[in-house]
Design a protein around this ligand. Structure first.
Ligand SMILES: C[S@@+](CC[C@H](N)C(=O)[O-])C[C@H]1O[C@@H](n2cnc3c(N)ncnc32)[C@H](O)[C@@H]1O
Length: 289
């Protein structure tokens, strides 16, 4: 029988993926920031409101939202990985953000401590084994008329910042399916919400209406220099996951993969740094008022 729980992805996010996010935090947050900022710039979050930040990670967007809401408002970050929540809680305290708080929960199945005026997610909704259940749970946590803004990656072909490396690695490293390994993995993956038809159907079934998709494209710096770009590609995204899940064979092939990625990235240099395109959907929807 299929295992629809998130136990395996949750362990992955709390261990191997958390460690890699810490290591490449600067590349990741700079890369994701522009997409999230555009989504937040057009979100009418008012002073005194309560906003849930879904899959908040290190809590960068939670702190941005907390600033928008003023001292009477509340920005609440939720993540399934206790390590991310510990880091976000510590950094919010260091920043003196008394109106930001965080808790650990699986958004697919646990109480989200609503009601909220709005929910927001910057790339925090693509990793659920049962996305329909998670969207329904988010809808239930909103006040009548409340809205969700979520940023998700569009199709992989328009995201060369991680897909180009994936294509190179797929040709060189044997791909081990999630069901054929004992190793933890990130769940459905970054492109699981790329299709507007499927996503809007799930949102409607979950109780959302007025659903819109706005495309946003920008270039992402994937490394300040060639070494960082290659290390990032071999650690994270679909390419990094293929190498990791291939185990000893992935390790053995590292030198050849590294050389192939250097050749690929040589075409994407701007001075020392390496850049590639990215593309997201900013999805907006609300529950009945
Ligand atoms: C790509 S990261 C994005 C983090 C953050 N929103 C950002 O933009 O920096 C995805 C986040 O979703 C969280 N996540 C994955 N599955 C989850 C679940 N079932 N419930 C809650 N959070 C989840 C992960 O732990 C991770 O922090």
């Amino acid at each position: 029988m299929a295992d629809n729980s998130n136990d395996i992805p949750i362990e992955a996010w709390n261990t191997v993926l958390f460690d890699k996010f810490v290591r490449f935090r600067r590349v990741l947050t700079a890369g994701l920031e522009e997409h999230g900022d555009v989504a937040l710039r057009h979100s009418a979050y008012l002073a005194g409101e309560r906003v849930l930040d879904v899959g908040c990670g290190f809590g960068d967007t939670t702190l941005t939202i907390a600033n928008m809401l003023g001292p009477q408002g509340q920005a609440v970050g939720v993540d399934c990985a206790a390590n991310f929540i510990a880091s976000a809680t510590r950094e919010a305290a260091e920043a003196g953000a008394a109106n930001a708080s965080f808790f650990v929960a699986d958004v697919q199945s646990e109480n989200l401590r609503g009601p909220y005026d709005h929910a927001f997610a910057r790339f925090g909704t693509m990793f659920f084994n049962m996305p329909g259940a998670a969207l329904r749970n988010i809808a239930r946590a909103l006040k009548p008329g409340g809205d969700l803004t979520m940023v998700v990656w569009r199709k992989r072909e328009d995201n060369p910042w991680i897909h180009d490396a994936e294509q190179v690695v797929r040709e060189m490293v044997p791909v081990v399916a999630h069901e054929d390994t004992d190793q933890v993995h990130c769940g459905p993956g970054p492109f699981s919400m790329a299709g507007p038809d499927m996503v809007s159907d799930m949102m409607r079934a979950g109780g959302f209406q007025g659903i819109s998709f706005e495309r946003y494209d920008c270039e992402i710096c994937i490394g300040e220099d060639m070494d960082e770009a290659v290390a990032f590609a071999m650690a994270l995204g679909p390419a990094g996951e293929i190498i990791r899940l291939a185990g000893a064979e992935g390790e053995r092939l590292r030198p050849q993969v590294s050389e192939a990625l250097r050749a690929l990235f040589a075409t994407r240099r701007r001075g020392d740094s390496v850049w590639a395109g990215s593309s997201s959907w900013i999805v907006r929807a609300r529950v009945q008022g």
